[in-house]
Ligand binder design. Structure first.
Ligand code: F6P
Length: 361
């Protein structure tokens, strides 16, 4: 039988196990193939012995569909083409990766990733001469060609639930609550969760803000309407004068988690209101996938296997207008999408009277 490999790479998100299940079910039931799940993204194929697990129908009999994370593990460290060695040098380990694919006898690979990891995977598979099909996942929803990527709606649910929980405590204490959400350079999670969770103010990197506008909105709310306010801010938002508040870890990787604190201090300074901030962080990535993410993961998984069967390679599955299409991977990863200031949800937010920080209230 034909043998295909599957791996998850880059940051995890809810729905990855649902996609592994869909690929396995379709490959075995539809075509009688064998499915090899590679452990820890690309890392499994660099290890000797190769780190993998054979996936079969039994692997998915239990509760795996419902589980967060990925049963294969993933990584966003150690690009095999420029692999960080212990002595600080970078080594091209793509030949070892290709050898790993040969040793397993893989005839095609399906990779689940975001723009960064799909870019690397595509190159690796090309070097390994293994036909490749990609499936998009990212809570940030910033792959422009697909309206949805796996993980986004669950992350929005988590952020919305956080607002549901922050509202009563804000109201009990007469406070302004600031929720900092993920999204990398995009404000998609902040915008969607802010609307769904009844935020008064939503600050995203795509729309420049003035602190005065935020302060006015809060003053207005607290004086005229009620005793609390809810603010959502996307992690990539900068200070009013444009300084990035990223913190860099020991490996030089940018870590977000600062803008919520900044806004909280500035709001208190300008309005006198009592504020508290919450950084939601990786809670948005873990946990049960919601129904939409399970549906998307299932649809993408089935279609990706069908693409392999049709011999259509170097393609990524995507969701557009209630259909699954497939597009060249290169086109998909070069079209990053942040929030368009004319987006329907931006108009919705304005229509609801939500302050986006760019206009006085
Ligand atoms: O891209 C997904 C994402 O969760 C971003 O929203 C966030 O900025 C980043 O990854 C966090 O990465 P890490 O898991 O490496 O801290």
């Amino acid at each position: 039988p034909k043998r295909i490999g599957i791996l998850t790479s880059g940051g995890d998100c809810a729905g990855l196990n649902a996609v592994l299940r869909a690929v396995t079910l379709r490959a075995i039931q539809g075509y009688g193939w064998e499915v090899y799940g590679i452990s820890h993204g690309t890392q499994g194929l660099l290890r000797r012995p190769i780190d993998y697990q054979k996936l079969d129908l039994k692997s998915f009999e239990g509760s795996i569909l419902r589980l967060g994370g990925t049963i294969l593990g993933t990584t966003n460290k150690g690009n095999p083409i420029a692999y960080p060695m212990e002595d600080g040098t970078l080594k091209d380990r793509s030949a070892e990766f290709a050898e790993g694919c040969q040793m397993l006898g893989l005839e095609a690979m399906i990779g689940v990733g975001g723009d960064g990891s799909l870019h690397i995977l595509r190159k690796l598979m090309e070097k390994s001469k293994i036909p490749f099909v990609a499936i998009p996942k990212t809570i940030d929803n910033d792959l422009g060609i697909t309206e949805r990527s796996i993980g986004f709606t669950t992350a929005v649910d988590v952020a919305t639930e956080a607002l549901d929980r922050l509202q009563p405590t804000a109201a009990s204490h007469d406070r302004v609550m600031i929720l900092e959400v993920m999204g990398r350079d995009a404000g998609h999670i902040a915008l969607a969760a802010g609307i769904a969770g009844g935020a008064d103010i939503i600050i995203i990197p795509e729309i420049p803000y003035k602190l005065q506008n935020i302060a006015h909105k809060i003053d207005d709310l607290l004086k005229k309407q009620r005793n609390f306010a809810l603010v959502v801010v996307a992690e990539a938002v900068k200070t009013e004068n444009g300084s990035a508040l990223q913190i860099f870890d020991l490996n030089g990787r940018a870590r977000y988690g600062g803008i919520g604190h900044y806004l909280s201090d500035e709001i208190t300074r300008l309005t006198g209101a009592e504020t508290r901030f919450t950084v939601l962080g990786h809670l948005q990535r873990g946990g049960q996938p919601d129904a939409s993410d399970r549906l998307l993961a299932s649809a993408f998984g089935v279609r990706a296997v069908d693409l392999v069967a049709e011999g259509k390679f170097d393609r990524m599955v995507a969701w557009q207008n209630r259909t699954i299409i497939d597009v060249p991977i290169l086109d998909a990863i070069s079209l990053n999408s942040t929030v368009d200031p004319n987006d329907a949800l931006v108009q919705t937010a304005r229509g609801l009277g939500i302050c986006l920080g760019d206009a006085p209230y």
